[in-house]
Design a protein. Structure first.
Length: 230
């Protein structure tokens, strides 16, 4: 089992120290650092790129959910909260797990065991999105199409779609989106979802297993053909 790089985020110093103390009993985990608010945490996550974060939900300024909304690369998350209704919300966003304060040793062990199993399975990177009052953890491998909508990107996954406040250019630069190809100025699609490739009046037409048909711009067609030959 590889080492699991961990970050503790909580506005209460005592709560951070208690989690650090409990983690000392699990040598697979390395605590990279701690943060007292979402701003500090966002900087540390970008710099240290942890595998897992223990995240308090209610903090001064931005909440834990607010922090996740700003991240393009989202680590695995175990929420920590003193409030029952936040625990329910944590389940709604498909969090790895949640811990109620004060954290009990047995409950902590269950969350740790789940973290070891899930991170070890290497399920792939995910993104956190809030759209129309709902929260989503979406694995990039489950997204088949991304469409530009003004200052947003619309993500299509399964039968659902959500708006993410970022540009296609930023997503294209994201290392977690390496399996996406830029078909045109407004479309990225997941190469793993290609069903067929056709030529149509000197244009390249890609059909996805989900049924969408994507016309690749003339500018991108040569790059695409070279890519699928590899």
């Amino acid at each position: 089992m590889r080492n699991i790089r961990t970050l503790i985020i909580d506005d209460e110093g005592g709560a951070r120290q208690e989690l650090i103390r409990m983690l000392k009993g699990y040598p697979q985990f390395t605590v990279l650092g701690e943060a007292a608010n979402a701003d500090e945490a966002e900087q540390l996550i970008g710099l240290l790129k942890p595998d897992l974060i223990f995240l308090d939900i209610q903090m001064p300024g931005r909440s834990g959910f607010g922090l996740l909304e700003n991240l393009i690369q989202v680590p695995q998350v175990i929420f920590v909260t003193a409030f029952d209704h936040y625990a329910v919300q944590a389940f709604e966003v498909s969090a790895m797990d949640y811990l109620m304060k004060p954290v009990r040793e047995e409950r902590f062990k269950n969350a740790i065991d789940k973290a070891i199993e899930k991170i070890g399975s290497n399920e792939g990177a995910a993104i956190f999105v809030k759209d129309k009052g709902k929260h989503y953890f979406i694995k990039w491998k489950d997204v088949h199409l991304i469409e530009s909508v003004e200052n947003y990107a619309r993500l299509f996954f399964g039968r659902e779609q959500v708006l993410l406040k970022t540009s296609l250019n930023k997503l294209e630069e994201n290392q977690d989106c390496q399996r996406f190809f830029r078909a045109s100025r407004s479309i990225l699609f997941n190469l793993d979802y290609i069903s067929s490739v056709k030529k149509d009046d000197n244009h390249t037409l890609v059909e996805l297993v989900t049924g969408e048909q994507i016309r690749i711009s003339e500018r991108q067609a040569i790059k695409f053909r070279n890519l699928i030959k590899q």
